[in-house]
Design a protein around this ligand. Structure first.
Ligand code: COA
Length: 431
């Protein structure tokens, strides 16, 4: 049995760049029919961003639009509006992530879509919640990270690199798409009972803030007692009134750090993360694994609270162990003692790891033509009774005629939509 969970669900995808497309791609991988609306002759901006060949869509586009259909449509023309209206009348979900106010201007706000098709769920992504003073700002990834305390708490805590720092993970973009997906799936389940679609509003700010929950936990603690224990740069507990940048600390009460391994000078990723847990039994095993059994009887180290006060010495000594081996040797040796440990992996190492091609973690999609096969990250969870199939991305407007036919348009009408600029760019005026 391989039943696609969203089989029979029709999605009108008015999204572009990363946040919205990551959501609708996941819906497509879960079996929904996703019709991506793209401006004729222009398409999703990512088609032409970071291209490896000026005539081919970029990997940016390819990694976010698999298994979708593409309908080239200018929703500003009267015919474009009529076509979109027909599509919405048959849709289960409509998703958009245009700049604030753009959908209202086009005439397809939540209210308008709900009036057209009360069963249709409406998903929207904006930078900020409607209550926010920033609600009208356009937003990209870093805007979400800096406004949600991700950047102020990330990065080094001293010296010239003590600057708010972005995470390499797309906390504002793909993470927002995943959050919206949760909201849309909840709305589908709700519609089973109510028979009516609802409005799911997902801001990039809230998606990012949701992942910064532990930083708000730290703010609560700081407000209460004036210090936090997990930061090695504060042995004397002199904190400001805000959560500081945490460098490489684990951040949740156990003592973790990124340690240099033997090839660090030539390989910038020959590092390993090692965690000392707080429990006495775990600490004893860690001391055995590291060969530091003298710590077990030393009052500066043999309790978790004492270790909090001597982090610098602990970090230095553990590094004297890790520096003698490479990251894989450290991982293999310490993990035997139950010590939480992991090597710092480069993108190259991850994508070269054949065990990652398990049908979900990393997947290879055959796009055909000059692009051939490309690698992407699959559905991030597995289901015991469903295996997604990963198909190619559409060419710009590649499914226009088929989609228009499916909603009742004739060949003549389809030809006239192309001629009047609704589904194809108007020819440049003769000089
Ligand atoms: C990403 C963002 C900053 C880009 O802003 P932008 O450059 O103004 O581009 P948009 O795609 O929103 O809109 C540009 C115009 O194209 C129009 N447009 C887009 N698709 C169209 C279509 N198929 N037919 C007709 N018009 C279309 C919009 O209506 C808009 O017109 P307007 O300026 O007259 O209102 C903005 O869309 C935004 O803040 N989105 C919400 C947050 C988000 O998802 N950010 C992206 C994270 S990856």
């Amino acid at each position: 049995m391989n039943t696609a969970p969203l089989q029979g669900i029709k999605v009108i995808d008015f999204t572009e760049v990363q946040s919205g497309p990551s959501c609708t791609q996941l819906l497509a991988w879960l079996g929904a029919e996703v019709i991506k609306i793209e401006r004729p002759g222009v398409g999703d901006a990512t088609r032409k961003e970071l291209q490896f060949d000026p005539n081919e869509p970029s990997y940016y586009f390819l990694q976010l639009n698999s298994n979708k259909k593409s309908l080239a449509l200018d929703a500003k023309t009267p015919d474009g509006k009529e076509i979109l209206t027909k599509l919405i009348k048959e849709a289960d979900i409509f998703v958009e992530n245009l700049h604030p106010g753009a959908m209202d201007k086009l005439g397809f706000s939540w209210d308008a879509v709900h009036a057209l098709n009360p069963k249709c769920i409406y998903g929207t992504i904006k930078g900020f919640p409607v209550s926010s003073k920033f609600k009208d700002l356009k937003a990209y990834e870093p805007i979400a990270q800096v406004t949600a305390a991700a950047a102020s708490t990330t990065g080094w805590y001293e010296g010239e690199y003590n600057v708010p720092t972005q995470s390499g993970a797309a906390l504002g973009d793909s993470n927002t798409g995943m959050h919206l997906t949760i909201g849309l799936l909840a709305a589908l389940a709700q519609r089973e009972r109510t028979g009516e679609g609802c409005y799911v509003y997902q801001s990039m700010h809230n998606a990012c803030l949701n992942l910064c929950r532990i930083k708000t936990r730290d703010q609560l603690t700081l407000d209460r007692i004036g210090y936090l224990t997990q930061f090695p740069q504060y042995p004397n507990e002199k904190f400001g009134d805000y959560v500081p940048r945490s460098g490489n600390t684990e951040g949740s009460g156990v003592l973790g750090w990124t340690y240099k391994c033997k090839n660090w000078a030539t390989d910038p990723n020959d590092y390993v993360y090692v965690i000392l847990q707080r429990g006495a039994k775990e600490f004893e095993l860690a001391c055995k694994g590291l060969g530091f059994e003298d710590w077990l009887t030393n009052p500066d180290f043999n309790t978790a609270d004492a270790r909090d006060r001597h982090k610098d010495e602990i970090i230095k000594r553990i590094e004297s162990y890790t520096i003698t081996k490479d990251k894989y040797e450290v991982t293999a040796e310490l993990s035997k003692f139950g010590i939480p440990v992991g090597p710092v992996m480069s993108t190259k190492e991850i994508m070269d790891d054949e065990t990652a091609y398990d049908g979900n973690t990393l997947v290879k999609i055959n796009q055909g033509g000059k692009i051939g096969e490309f690698v992407t990250v699959g559905v991030p969870f597995t289901m015991s009774n469903y295996q997604p199939t990963y198909g190619p991305c559409p060419t710009l407007g590649g499914d226009t005629a088929d989609v228009l036919k499916s909603i009742g348009y004739t060949d003549d009408q389809i030809a006239s939509f192309a001629k009047n600029g609704t589904t194809a760019p108007m020819p440049a005026p003769a000089k």
